[in-house]
Each structure stands twice: as C-alpha cells, then as structure tokens.
Design a protein around this ligand. Structure first.
Ligand SMILES: [Zn+2]
Ligand SMILES: [Zn+2]
Ligand SMILES: [Zn+2]
Length: 168
C-alpha cells in the first residue's frame, strides 16, 4: 500500500496552523498506535483516511456510505461507531457535537484541547490549539471548584473563503 512508504513526521511547531499531508498524518497515527500497543485495524485506518480526505466534518452515515463505495463490503453502524470510539479514545479523531460529525485531529502526537471554528455556510471546520484558551477554561473552572476533563470549544461563523466569495 502506498501509505506505508510515507514516513510519519511529528510536528514540533506548538503554534502550527497546518496544513499537513493526509498520508503523513495517517502514517503518524499508525506509528502512534504501534507505540501504544493498540491496533489500527484496516477499518479504523480506512475511516481515518476518509476523514482526512473529506476535509470537513463528516457524519457516521456518510462514512458508512463512503466505506461501501470503497470496499463494496457493507459495514454496519455499530461497527463504524466502535471504530470512531477507538479513534477518539486515541485522540486521532474529534467529534464536532454541534454537527454530530467527526474530524481527524491535526496533532495527535501531542496532548491538546481544541478550538473548532465551523463555517455555517460551507460546513468546513478548522481546528486551532491555543494554550491561552486552555488556561482560561482551567482557571475559570477552578474558581467554582470544577475539574474539566475534556475541553472542546466550537465556534460558528463564516470562513475566510466564504467571506472572500461573498457566499454569506
Ligand atoms: Zn503541525
Ligand atoms: Zn486535535
Ligand atoms: Zn465557508
């Protein structure tokens, strides 16, 4: 498979705004799973590839449809949801709750919280990591004695491309 020849290159730029080549990110995911002793099975890898190829938040049923076209072997929703759970547990995929859709994490090689900017016009999303935001949430939560475990902020708006083309 062509992907196997791609070398993973962990990103060292803490302020990285991407982009990264999908094949390299999938290779990185495979190497992370290897290091952690967990299996990136063929289905899990295919779902990750599809999410990278899609370039926008993708729902489980769109994934099932894409898998069917790719493989002709139908895959049931529970199987796909289990694979997504695995990918999320490994930090390889994030769920955009407001869209009920999934995106691949840009930097699974490092622990981070996520700020998602979601375009209401074209549906594209961008993930940003911002240390200031993480600190702010932690400090605010601490003021009321709350201990956050998962911090995901979703911001709706219009992306630069849609603003440029006057789509909204
Ligand atoms: Zn990067
Ligand atoms: Zn991420
Ligand atoms: Zn847009």
């Amino acid at each position: 498979m062509a992907l196997l020849s791609t070398q993973p290159r962990p990103c060292t730029d803490p302020n990285c705004r991407g982009p990264h080549a999908p094949a390299e990110r999938v290779a990185l995911a495979a190497s992370l799973c290897g290091t952690r002793g967990v299996q990136l099975t063929e289905l899990r890898r295919q779902i990750l590839e599809l999410l990278w190829e899609s370039g926008r938040p993708t729902g489980a049923y769109d994934l099932i449809e894409a898998l069917k076209q790719r493989d002709s072997r139908p895959v049931g929703p529970p199987t796909v949801y289990r694979a997504l759970e695995f990918l999320m547990a490994q930090g390889l995929v994030s769920k955009i709750e407001s869209r009920n859709a999934y995106v691949p994490c840009t930097h699974p090689e490092r622990r981070h919280d996520s700020l998602f900017l979601i375009c209401s016009t074209c549906g594209a999303s961008a993930e940003l990591e911002d240390q200031r935001l993480e600190r702010l949430i932690t400090e605010d939560a601490a003021q009321i004695g709350f201990r956050p475990t998962r911090r995901v902020v979703e911001v709706e708006g219009t992306c630069a491309q849609c603003i440029a083309t006057g789509a909204s």
